[in-house]
Design a protein. Structure first.
Length: 580
């Protein structure tokens, strides 16, 4: 059953059903026409007009010419300058012996150099391995060793973390360092190869080295977030990333048809990107669409709401987001009225569930349309797309799948498909699903089955196909045999006017097995007691779902780089209750 809309929508909405909108958009001869092809032995629907490869996309991006592609502090790089840097670096990498199938690791913060290195490597058939820039030296060493990277491109900060371990990595032949502040031994400065962003426009014209690249060739290894166990490298293809470009456009076009409006010609937008490019949300869902559409990307050195508002005002930013915390901090900041944020058209996020109240606030406070969707590293981001009135109408949903994707809710046996409305494990299929895990055949066989990926998410589908993710399978709390889905309780807490961030975790209990407990961050200037919030939940949900304890924290909850709350770190707040 669909949740109640959080604002009153026009009686004329929706002007078109999902099925009719999909049929209109994917009809023969249209931009989003589909065809069925064989991918690794599995018949798969794909976007017929999707770009064939990252190499093709890099070359096509040059058509955007003198439009500004990236902005970082005082560095403004046009598409033409960005292309010249890509082509120059691709030739340099080829001259270093990098070729098809070689792994090129990329470990740096969001900088103009990041997309240049990414496209330079993938355009010559190498596999780019974006490493988590938040990782420690030991974690980065793991990624380099596990991927067997032949070459590493790294910024100064990551180089300092790794310098002592290079000798332990026999596959690593060369290291290139960007923005080095100290003399380098045994490494090359990136600036010696392509100069600085300020000078990329002056680089000599160059063509990419020759390379034959097919859509289903290997392109990337993105590591899973690793909230439990060692991260696994998801082996992605060129088709995986190119699918996202079309899926993003399809989701937007579907929204216009649902509204009863004609689909406008694509217009380049300016985005403030504050989530890391080493995550598929920023790279596959964000970067690819901007490169294809001629959009401008504004980078920040680190997230700061004041600096973000300054950039939104100065650069007339149209879109931002990433994770719900960012939206909350913009909405609640006491100095927000000092900045002109009227250029904001959309605030979207993925990687973590959000409170229905946030959806409403984005619309009320900014006049902007909210957006989210569902995907994971193993799906190279977008599988479902949710925005505009559909999101306002179903604020607890992650939206319906894009036209080339299929979703099923299966029972514990991994085979039985459950009826509409029942909760089970979410399985997904489509051209966005990665090949498998790098060098992990057993994990691959367990997770990827006949073109499907078993996600580990517990979810349900409504009668129109909208997805509702209720929990991670491993996060579900079982109290005396009763299932408690954390998002249900979290959404209830979020509905309290004082709560802006929260998480539900399970505490061990010697007779019940587990009990629910919550960690809560309150909005600035707001107050609420443990008893008040417990009563709030008890009045709205079954009594057994009420948190037995609530701890308050002064900052937003700890998250990994993908926006997921690190629930395992919250258990220490309840040390006095464990085993009670």
């Amino acid at each position: 059953m669909a949740s109640q809309p959080i604002i009153e929508l026009p009686a004329s909405w929706p002007a078109m059903s999902l099925a009719d909108a999909t049929a209109a958009l994917t009809a023969p001869g249209t931009k989003f026409e589909m065809e069925t092809i064989d991918i690794r032995g599995v018949p798969t629907r794909v976007w017929k007009g999707a770009p064939p490869s990252l190499r093709w996309l890099a070359q096509a991006s040059r058509m955007h010419g003198e439009r500004v592609f990236s902005i970082y502090e005082d560095e403004r790089v046009t598409f033409e300058a960005n292309w010249r840097a890509i082509a120059t670096l691709a030739n340099r990498l080829a001259g270093m012996g990098v070729g098809k199938g070689d792994r090129v690791a990329l470990a740096m913060r969001n900088l103009p150099e990041w997309p240049v290195c990414f496209f330079a490597a993938t355009s010559i058939g190498a596999i780019c391995v974006p490493l988590n820039a938040w990782w420690t030296g030991a974690e980065l060493e793991y990624g380099l060793s596990d991927s067997g990277a032949k070459l590493l491109i790294v910024d100064d900060e990551r180089h300092a973390r790794l310098a002592a371990v290079y000798a332990k990595l026999p596959a690593l032949e060369q290291v290139i360092v960007s923005r080095a502040t100290q003399p380098l031994e045994g490494a090359t400065r990136l600036e010696e190869l392509i100069g600085t962003p300020h000078g990329w426009a002056e680089l000599a014209e160059a063509e990419l080295p020759a390379a034959e690249i097919a859509p289903d060739d290997d392109a990337t290894i993105f590591y899973t977030s690793g909230t439990t166990g060692a991260p696994k490298g998801a082996l992605g293809t060129h088709r995986n990333l190119m699918t996202n470009i079309m899926s993003t456009g399809f989701g937007g076009a579907r929204g216009f048809l649902r509204r009863g409006e004609p689909i406008p010609d694509p217009t380049p937008k300016t985005s403030l990107t504050v989530i890391p490019l080493f995550h598929v949300t920023a790279c596959s869902a964000g970067l690819m669409a901007n490169v294809a559409g001629g959009g401008t990307i504004v980078y920040m050195r680190k997230w700061d709401p004041i600096r973000a508002m300054e950039l939104i005002e100065r650069e007339k930013v149209n879109m931002t987001g990433g994770v719900p915390t960012i939206a909350w901090q913009l909405i609640e900041h006491p100095d927000r009225h000092k900045y002109d944020l009227s250029s904001i058209e959309a605030i979207a996020y993925g990687g973590a569930p959000s409170a229905p109240e946030l959806v409403k606030k984005i619309h009320e406070e900014f006049g902007a349309l909210p957006g989210n969707g569902w995907g994971m590293t193993e799906t190279m981001a977008t599988v479902t797309s949710h925005s505009s009135e559909d999101y306002l109408n179903r604020p607890t949903s992650a939206g319906p799948p894009v036209a080339v994707a299929d979703l099923e809710i299966r029972a514990d046996d991994g085979v039985t498909v459950l009826p509409t409305g029942e909760v089970g494990e979410l399985w997904a299929r489509g051209p966005m699903i990665v090949k498998g895990y790098w060098n992990k055949p057993e994990a691959t066989a367990e997770t990827f089955v006949d073109g499907w990926v078993r996600t580990g998410d517990l979810a349900r589908l409504d009668e129109e196909g909208f997805l509702y993710v209720v929990d991670r399978a491993k996060d579900m709390i079982i109290r005396g045999g009763e299932n408690i889905y954390s998002t249900e309780v979290e959404n209830c807490l979020y509905a309290h006017p004082a709560v802006t961030d929260c998480a539900l975790i399970g505490l061990p209990h010697r007779t019940l097995g587990e009990e629910p407990a919550a960690v809560v961050h309150l909005a600035p200037g707001e107050e609420a007691s443990e008893a008040e919030l417990q009563a709030w939940v008890r009045e709205r949900l079954a009594v057994f779902k009420t948190p037995v304890a609530i701890r308050f924290v002064g900052e937003t909850l700890p998250r990994n780089a993908n926006g997921k709350i690190l629930k395992r770190e919250l258990g220490a707040l309840f040390a006095d209750r464990v085993g009670a």
